[in-house]
Design a protein around this ligand. Structure first.
Ligand code: 0O2
Length: 278
């Protein structure tokens, strides 16, 4: 039987813009790994071990009989995941800095900012493993890097729809950022009503001996879109596939109201301030 690896309910998206955040982006060291007398096996090692063995048709429940080479491989993978987290954390810092600079420039020069809030999220090794298993990605670092593009995430919340596109344009125009993909769920909302602009941007991270090109998922959306998405996420997590019809209908209605609010606020904004770039 293939084991089921559940991602944590939600990986917290954290507010950013404080220098202290940088430290928190680093992978936490599991104290058990260096504990004298312990076997050095972390929960992640065990999950990885199960995944490795399941992939090879072994009996994942029988961890007691696992030989040391399997544990050694799981430990190597865990260390590689840790390094990966560090690189992607740096990617978040690089792109966050760009966003912070834009925000400060706007505040100081124009006395207005199109950016309301910024939150960041680095996928934990456990959630990375769960996603790799869910989508059938080979458990190697190159395969994971190639196939999972949302290890690093930044969510930018704006007041107005026009600001969402404006921010996307300004960032896309920066010469060291490469836009790998764009998904415009504002122009084309998901069937459930989800709206947001998603870009995967690649940023160079210059290390002591080499350069890493790190993809970062940017989700840019209005406050109304964000409010709706966060409620939908909570309800979806609570009910999984069995959301009651009346709640589903309520959510559909709320999505329409959020879109109307964005349209109305956009019209009001045009009354008081020229459109971005005008
Ligand atoms: P988290 O923890 O919020 O990041 P992918 O799942 O990325 O492999 P997909 O679905 O093509 O592939 O990516 P997409 O559409 O760009 O969506 C990725 C992220 O957008 C999700 O990440 C959510 O954050 C958000 N999102 C997408 N669709 C919905 C939706 O219907 N409702 C809500 N509330 N959020 C959505 P994760 O990894 O699911 O979660």
């Amino acid at each position: 039987m293939v084991p089921v690896f559940l991602a944590p309910p939600s990986i917290p998206w954290r507010p950013t813009h404080t220098p202290e955040d940088a430290g928190d982006l680093m992978p936490a060291t599991d104290p058990r790994s260096d504990h004298p007398g312990s076997s050095g096996q972390t929960d992640l090692d065990l999950q990885l071990l199960e995944a490795l063995r399941a992939g090879r048709g072994g009996d994942p429940a029988d961890l007691a009989r696992a030989d040391s080479s399997w544990f050694a491989r799981a430990r190597v993978l865990r260390d590689e995941f840790g390094r990966l987290q560090m690189y992607y954390g740096f990617g978040i810092e690089e792109v966050s800095t760009k966003i912070r600079i834009l925000r400060q420039e706007f505040e100081q020069v124009y006395d207005y900012t199109p950016i309301e809030h910024v939150r960041t999220r680095l996928k934990s090794p456990e959630s990375l493993l769960a996603k790799a298993l869910r989508q059938g990605t080979e458990l190697t670092v190159p395969a994971i890097r190639a196939e999972i593009r949302d290890i690093a995430g930044i969510r930018v919340t704006c007041s107005f729809v026009s600001d969402v596109y404006w921010i996307a344009e300004m960032l896309s125009a920066q010469p060291d950022l490469t836009v790998l993909t764009t998904k415009d769920y504002i122009a084309h909302p998901k069937p459930n009503g989800y709206r947001s602009l998603h870009l995967i941007v690649q940023v160079p991270v210059f290390l002591s001996r080499h350069t890493e090109h790190i993809p970062v998922e940017l989700q840019i959306r209005t406050i109304a879109m964000d409010f709706w998405a966060s409620m939908e996420h909570k309800l979806r997590y609570k009910y999984r596939a069995d959301m009651p019809d009346d709640l589903r209908a309520e959510l559909d209605d709320a999505a329409a109201v959020a879109a109307q609010l964005d349209a109305r606020m956009g019209r009001l904004r045009d009354e008081v301030r020229p459109a971005p770039g005008a």
